[in-house]
Each structure stands twice: as C-alpha cells, then as structure tokens.
Design a binder for this molecule. Sequence first.
Ligand code: FAD
Length: 357
Amino acid sequence: MDCLIVGGGLIGMLCARGLAREGAKVYLIDRGAVGHEASWAGGGILSPLYPWRYDPAVTALACWSQQHYPELARQLRDETGVDPEWERSGLLILDDDESVDALRWAAKSGVVMERLSGSAVQACEAGIGLQRSSALWLPEVAQLRNPRLLRALKQSLLQYRVNILEHVRVTRLIAEKNRVTGVETTAGRTMTDKIILAAGAWSGGLVSELQQRIEPVQGQMIAFETPPGFLSRIVLNEGYYVIPRRDGLVLAGSTMEYRGFDKQISVKAYKRLQTEAWRMIPGLADHPVKHHWAGLRPGSPTGVPYIGEHPRIRGLFVNTGHFRNGVVTGLASARLLIDMIVGRESIVISEPYAILE
Ligand SMILES: Cc1cc2nc3c(=O)[nH]c(=O)nc-3n(C[C@H](O)[C@H](O)[C@H](O)COP(=O)(O)OP(=O)(O)OC[C@H]3O[C@@H](n4cnc5c(N)ncnc54)[C@H](O)[C@@H]3O)c2cc1C
C-alpha cells in the first residue's frame, strides 16, 4: 500500500508513523520544514481546557490518546534518544463556577476530578496568588513538550523509511472519475491512489468542502525562564494557563484571534499573557520572558475534527480541524483514520467525524 500525506504537522506525522508500522510505503510532503506550525506552537496539554464543555466526540478521542501517549513517548525515546517529556503535571482549574457540571461530566467520562478547598489549593501549588475558596483538580492530566515530540517523531519516521519531502507545497489534488490519482506540487506531479490531507489550518485550500469549515485561529504564547521546580502544576484561570516544563521554562498561553493567516506577534498579546500569568503565579514577575511566538490553529465549527474518507472522492482521506486540541486528540485521530484505511474495527465510532456533503 502506498500513501501520500499532505502536511507534516503532528497529525500528518502520527498518521505517517502509524501507516509505516502497518507496512505501508509512506510519502510525507510539507510546504515548510515538518513540525514547525501549530503543532510546534502549542502548549502540549493533554486535556482540553474545561473538558466538560466539549462534544463527546472530542472526549472520546482525548480519553483514548491520554491512555496511549505514555507508551508512544517511551517508544520514541527508545527509538530516537529524544525524550518528548511526557509528564503528569496535573491540571488545577481556579475558576470553578461550573463545578457541578464538571464533576458530573468527570464521573460519566471516567476522568479523575476533585474539588479542592482554598487551603488544599495552596498545598497543591504553593505559588498561586489568586485567593479562591475552591478549585478543580485533575491529577491525571499530563503534558508533552511539543518541539521535542516533533523532533523525535521526525527521527522515528526516518527510521521507518518514510519519504519526507520538505519545502514542497501541494498546489492541487488530482481526481479522475471520483477517485484521487495524485497531487500537483511545486516540485512536479506525484501519482498515488491514497492521499491523506493533514494540512492543518491550510486544509480548506485543497478540498472545497473544507473551505468554509476550517479557518486559521491565531494563538500567541510566551515563556518565562525560571529555575527547575519553580512551578509544578498546569494552572488554568479564565481561559489563560501556565505550563511548567522540566527545565524550568514556564509557558503562558494563549490568545485566540481570528485574523486570517497572520502569525505576527503583538505587544498587546504579550502584555495580556504576562498579566494573566502574573495574576495566577505572582512569583513569575521576578523572572524574564525568554520567548514569544504565535501559531495558527486549524479552527473548525465545533472543535470536532474531520476524520475519514471524502464522501465523493475515493482514496482521499482527511484528518484535520482539531482546533485547540490537536495534541490531546491527535494520537487517537491518527489511529482512527488508519483503522478506516486498513479496514479494521475502529477504536471509537467514526460517524461524528465524517465530512458532510
Ligand atoms: C498557541 C497554541 C496552543 C495550543 N495548545 C494546545 C494544547 O495545549 N493541547 C492541544 O491538544 N492542542 C493545543 N493546540 C492545538 C494544536 O497545536 C493543533 O490542533 C495541532 O497542532 C494541529 O496539528 P496539524 O498537524 O493539523 O497542524 P499543523 O501543525 O499546523 O501542521 C499542518 C502542516 O501542513 C503543512 N501544509 C499546509 N498546507 C500545505 C500544502 N499545501 N502542501 C504541503 N504542506 C502543507 C504546514 O506547513 C504544516 O506543517 C494549540 C495551538 C496553538 C496555536
């Protein structure tokens, strides 16, 4: 089986690795260097923020991925020597006005969630500055360090003999009699009868049905340089969060802006992210901001990704539209698509992810 994947973000790379492990000959094409767009820019939290607000189809993918990421991280570290830094930091949610709904959702979904009193919140993360009478605590939420995950994945793909073509843009998908036959690229034509579209925020430019459904949503983040152990939990408040990395870097995210394919960073966003991070963890004010960046999320109407074969073009599969949750849902969504391609029973029911006509 030959497969050509358009887009080497996390989704395309996870599909490539999964298919190569099934014995397929895989070509992965990216218009830039693989793993340098949204997947690189993200925070790597392995849970949706306020997970109870999401469609059950997102929860289903998130739960499967959460169970299987530790094994992937172990495999990648063993295969490549690059550690993606899977870390169970836990998620502390300081604004818990929706705690009744949240706890009900957690009980139904099998997610461990507790309501902590004010003193327990301080015991959970000593640096918290906001006085809260209670908070929600999800001790099993983990994180991955995106750039390292992507670096490890690229090396793993090379070991699985995936053909990676970088700095080549796919300009058009070619179909005859409702079946894909190949792609046109800036480096010429490539013929194939199986294509996976995983072009993130750019996916709408290649498949007309996705044009109105996938749009870029800019997210900016900053990172503080602190000593290792300065912060130990992922902390979330009113949509803003901080994430502690093992070496002391503390990421603070993230903004949400609909401004087309614009990755420009702004002083306004920087100040907002800094202020919100300082509010949560006042001690951050003593540490410098080392990085500031932006990425384009592949926004979709409800945040449920499109996964599956195109309804009219045989051989064309899509895996896109993961919006704010492409890391936590990505592993499951790659596996689901591969289940469909190889024709085995799927890990979750596939209907909620179908592209509509
Ligand atoms: C600031 C921020 C914070 C985030 N935090 C989290 C988080 O904590 N947890 C979480 O789960 N998710 C998070 N996300 C969301 C997550 O990062 C995305 O949902 C996910 O990375 C999407 O992956 P992708 O592979 O579809 O897209 P991308 O990583 O953008 O990859 C798409 C690739 O396709 C290539 N491409 C596009 N068009 C073409 C073409 N025509 N030809 C060839 N190649 C093409 C691009 O160059 C790119 O490499 C965050 C996102 C941002 C921006």
